[in-house]
Design a protein around this ligand. Structure first.
Ligand code: ZN
Length: 237
């Protein structure tokens, strides 16, 4: 079974379109989205409409915040302004759609969740090796795929950190895979990022896709987004 797994699209339609074209060429069996369809960029209607075609769509914290004022209050300045703008754009049907997204999904040898296996509804961050090793206590499958930090990286249950583009999973080893971000990469590479996982071959690959960053930035300028959010897309930060 070949899985295409995407996360953290953040209303960047140009990035999502480029990724969807790449995925279509590869014709995977399953398409899974780990959430954060909205927030940060200016195309939430488009990204919600397109992600709906996926087989599994999970809740991200920005998706959740659309219907939860208390979570917005915890956001940083830029995230808060972007989500408040998003709320003004979305029809009620889209807000209700986001409100009903599930937090986790299990399938085959894999667990899928936006933030952490430990507490999917708490929106905590896995930021270091201790956080990553702790996470293995909270999922039962061999592999867990997560998003949320926008940093593509794989950690094993023995504490090995793997940053290779292509990885073959070894027997008797468990893996925590951060799949990176489609719409706002933060690893210094501005190209959109997603993961292909072949559960028969036990291989996974990070795919980086070039897209028209200028198109996304022009839409953000038109919608009067903060310059910080606009410029960071060019840097991949
Ligand atoms: Zn995100």
């Amino acid at each position: 079974m070949v899985y295409a797994i995407i996360s953290d699209i953040h209303a960047n339609a140009a990035a999502l379109d480029a990724v969807l074209s790449d995925i279509a060429r590869r014709n995977p069996d399953r398409r899974i989205c780990l959430g954060d369809i909205v927030g940060y960029c200016a195309d939430p209607l488009e990204t919600i409409a397109k992600v709906k075609a996926f087989d599994v769509i999970l809740m991200g914290n920005h998706d959740y915040a659309v219907n939860d004022k208390a979570l917005i209050d915890k956001f940083n300045f830029h995230a808060r302004l972007a989500i408040e703008w998003t709320i003004e754009q979305l029809p009620d049907a889209d807000k209700q759609y986001l409100a009903k997204l599930p937090y986790t999904h299990m399938e085959g040898d894999s667990t899928f969740v936006h933030a952490t296996p430990r507490n999917p509804e708490g929106w905590g961050y896995i930021l270091n090796i201790d956080d990553a090793l702790d996470a293995f206590n909270y999922f039962e499958t061999r592999v867990a795929f997560i998003g949320h930090t926008h940093h593509p990286v794989v950690v094993t249950d023995r504490g090995h950190i793997i940053t290779d583009k292509k990885i073959t999973f070894k027997e008797n080893t468990r893996y925590l895979v951060n799949i990176g971000s489609v719409g706002q990469p933060r690893d210094g590479n501005p190209k959109a990022c997603y993961v292909l996982y072949d559960s028969d071959e036990q291989t996974m690959e990070y795919v980086r896709v070039k897209y028209s960053i200028e198109t996304t930035q022009a839409r953000m300028v038109k919608a009067k987004f903060q310059p910080f959010l606009i410029h960071r897309l060019s840097e991949g930060r």
